[in-house]
Ligand binder design. Structure first.
Ligand code: ADE
Length: 227
C-alpha cells in the first residue's frame, strides 16, 4: 500500500477533498493511506507558535523552521521516503509524466508551506522535489498538494474501476486530447449528439473518435503554444 504524509499549517483544508469520491474509495480499498498532519502539533513552545516575523523585514509572517524539522525528522526516522515534495511556484512544472513516476513509489511526503511563508531552510534540508502546478500563485501549498495526490492516487492499480480506466486518458500516452463524450438524450434543447455515435457502426465510430482526438490535440497545442 502506498503511504502519503502531508504536513500543513491548515490541515482542515485537506481533509474534505481527501475523503470524497475516488480518493476516499482508494483509502477504503486500502490501496493508499493518506495522513494529514497539523504543523501546530509539532510546535513545542508553550504558545504553540508556528510563525514569526521575517529577518530583513517585509510584510507578513513566516512559518518557523523548528516545527517542520521536528515533524519531518520524526517521520524520516520512522520510514524511508521515496520523495519529499515541496510545492512552490519556483518548482519544476508538474505533468502527467511526473504523476506516473510518483504513482510507482511507496512513501511520499508533501510539505505544504507557503511561498514566502516558510523558512527556506526547511526546503533546503528536506525537499527532494520542488513542484509548481502552474504559472500562478496560490495562498499555500495545500491545493497543489491535493492536485498531486489526486493525480497520483488515481494511477494506482485498482483505484479506478474498468469503466473509469486511466489507460486511454487524455495526456496519458504523451500529449493526446480525447474525443468528446455524450450520453442520453440524443437531442436536448435542440443540441444534437453527433450522428455517427448513434449509428452503431463500430469502425466509423472508431475513425470519428480518432479524427476528433487529432483535431482537439492540434487545437490544444495551438492555443497553448506547444511545438
Ligand atoms: N504554492 C503557491 N503557488 C504554487 C504553485 N503555483 N504551485 C505549487 N505550489 C504553490
Amino acid at each position: 500500500m502506498m503511504r502519503i504524509d502531508v504536513i500543513s499549517a491548515v490541515p482542515d483544508s485537506l481533509v474534505s477533498p481527501l475523503n470524497t469520491s475516488i480518493i476516499k474509495r482508494a483509502q477504503e480499498r486500502e490501496l493508499v493511506e493518506i495522513f494529514v498532519h497539523n504543523l501546530r502539533d509539532y510546535a513545542y513552545d508553550k504558545h504553540k507558535q508556528i510563525d514569526d516575523k521575517p529577518f530583513g523585514g517585509g510584510p507578513g509572517m513566516l512559518l518557523k523552521p523548528e516545527p517542520f524539522f521536528e515533524c519531518i525528522e520524526k517521520f524520516l526516522s520512522e520510514r524511508k521516503y521515496d520523495h519529499v515534495i515541496f510545492p512552490s511556484p519556483g518548482g519544476k512544472f508538474y505533468d502527467q509524466k511526473t504523476a506516473n513516476k510518483f504513482s510507482l513509489k511507496k512513501k511520499i511526503m508533501i510539505i505544504a508551506g507557503h511561498y514566502k511563508g516558510i523558512d527556506d531552510r526547511v526546503r533546503q534540508k528536506f525537499a527532494t522535489d520542488e513542484i509548481s502546478i502552474g504559472r500562478y500563485v496560490l495562498t499555500g501549498g495545500e491545493i497543489a498538494a491535493l492536485v498531486i495526490i489526486d493525480s497520483v492516487v488515481r494511477l494506482i492499480p485498482g483505484v479506478l474501476n474498468d469503466s473509469e480506466s486511466a489507460l486511454n486518458d487524455s495526456l496519458m500516452d504523451g500529449d493526446i486530447i480525447e474525443a468528446p463524450y455524450y450520453t442520453r438524450p440524443a437531442e436536448y434543447k435542440n443540441l444534437k449528439v453527433p450522428e455517427v455515435l448513434l449509428s452503431g457502426h463500430e469502425k466509423k465510430i472508431k475513425d470519428w473518435k480518432e479524427e476528433q482526438s487529432k483535431l482537439l490535440t492540434d487545437k490544444w497545442k495551438k492555443i497553448n503554444n506547444l511545438e
